[in-house]
Design a protein around this ligand. Structure first.
Ligand SMILES: Cc1cc2nc3c(=O)[nH]c(=O)nc-3n(C[C@H](O)[C@H](O)[C@H](O)COP(=O)(O)OP(=O)(O)OC[C@H]3O[C@@H](n4cnc5c(N)ncnc54)[C@H](O)[C@@H]3O)c2cc1C
Length: 296
């Protein structure tokens, strides 16, 4: 199928893009990498009157370290997340996760801003943004505001963005030398959307994990920080008994649904298995017996 007819504006600045959005309201759509938007147009799931192309907006570009934070312009391509030495140094979780997102051709166009704005619950980057404590910089008619990643994702394809908002940049705290990360996902084939996945960061010292941020994706309508499982481990001597208790607590944190691919019970079982593997990857020194989850 072909996309329905639309007008097209290539914005040359953030001000021009914001003013076009204000003028056209909900009949406009922003175009970044087009890797989610264009398929939706071709399937006629969307029929905007005008596309506002962001690709030449300079304010949305660039990877830099500013004021002690790693700042990624919303137009930063997935392929740059793979290649950038700055990103590998300061947010290595992103560099690891991005290899699981689609395929090289899609990664050469897709952008981090488009990915986060699209808010697919099975997407890898939203979970990474929450696990890393990222802040989203948003421009709207009232000026600029900042939203914590954990408050940005509101549901399936739903975010805190108003129709006349533009996501400008994503800022990440610089990874401290003590900070560890783990990223795991299960999908039918490499590059497919996840059946379930986890992005996790933590400190490990004195035999205990601290400030553990295990964030699940494809396990609910939005990326979910497993608060109770994290509390069950935080600051406690990490051994098999502590891990078993955390895995048990995980059942109160996430309530995955079933779909055509797997049942809800299998998805929870896989989430528990991934959680065990993530903790073992974060703390390979810890005395953890290899235990497999029993499928429900
Ligand atoms: C075959 C295939 C497989 C894929 N597999 C995966 C996968 O495994 N994991 C995954 O996460 N993704 C996957 N994707 C999606 C890919 O990551 C997209 O690139 C991404 O979701 C959207 O980014 P984009 O830059 O292409 O945005 P676009 O498609 O251009 O836009 C997506 C949405 O975001 C809005 N938007 C874009 N930029 C902004 C902005 N700066 N401010 C506000 N709103 C904005 C648009 O208006 C639109 O609603 C896949 C895509 C394809 C085609």
């Amino acid at each position: 199928m072909k996309a329905p007819a639309f007008d097209y504006l290539r914005a040359a600045s953030l001000a021009e893009a914001l003013s076009a959005l204000a003028q056209h309201g909900e009949s406009a759509k922003l175009l970044a990498g087009g890797q989610s938007l264009v398929p939706a147009l071709n399937l006629r799931l969307l029929a905007p009157e005008i596309l506002i192309d962001l690709n030449e907006v300079p304010e949305l570009k660039g990877v830099s370290v500013e004021n002690g934070r790693l700042r990624l312009g919303a137009l930063t391509r997935h392929s740059e997340l793979e290649r950038s030495a700055l990103i590998r140094e300061h947010a290595p979780l992103l560099a690891e996760a991005i290899r699981h997102v689609a395929h090289p051709a899609i990664r050469s166009r897709g952008t981090i801003g488009g990915n986060l704005a699209h808010a697919d619950p099975a997407s890898e980057l939203p979970a990474c943004a929450v696990a890393l404590g990222a802040e989203l910089v948003i421009a709207g008619q009232g000026g600029e505001r900042r939203v914590a990643a954990d408050d940005f994702f509101e549901g399936v394809y739903a975010t805190n963005l108003a129709p006349d908002d533009i996501l400008v940049a994503i800022e990440f705290p610089l990874a401290a030398p003590t900070r560890r990360h783990a990223f795991l996902e299960l999908s039918r084939r490499m590059g497919d959307y996840a059946l379930v996945g986890i992005a996790c960061t933590a400190d490990y010292a004195g035999g205990a994990l601290r400030d553990l941020k295990p964030v699940f994706f494809a396990a609910g309508p939005r990326p979910t920080l497993a608060v109770r499982a994290a509390e069950a481990l935080d600051g406690k001597p990490l051994d098999s008994a502590a891990l078993d208790a955390a895995v048990e607590a995980l059942g109160q944190d996430i309530e995955p649904e079933g779909d055509l691919q797997i049942s809800a019970a299998t998805r929870l079982h896989l989430a528990r298995t991934l959680f065990r593997r993530a903790v073992a990857a974060l703390a390979p020194e810890a005395p953890l017996a290899r235990k497999q989850e029993t499928a429900a």
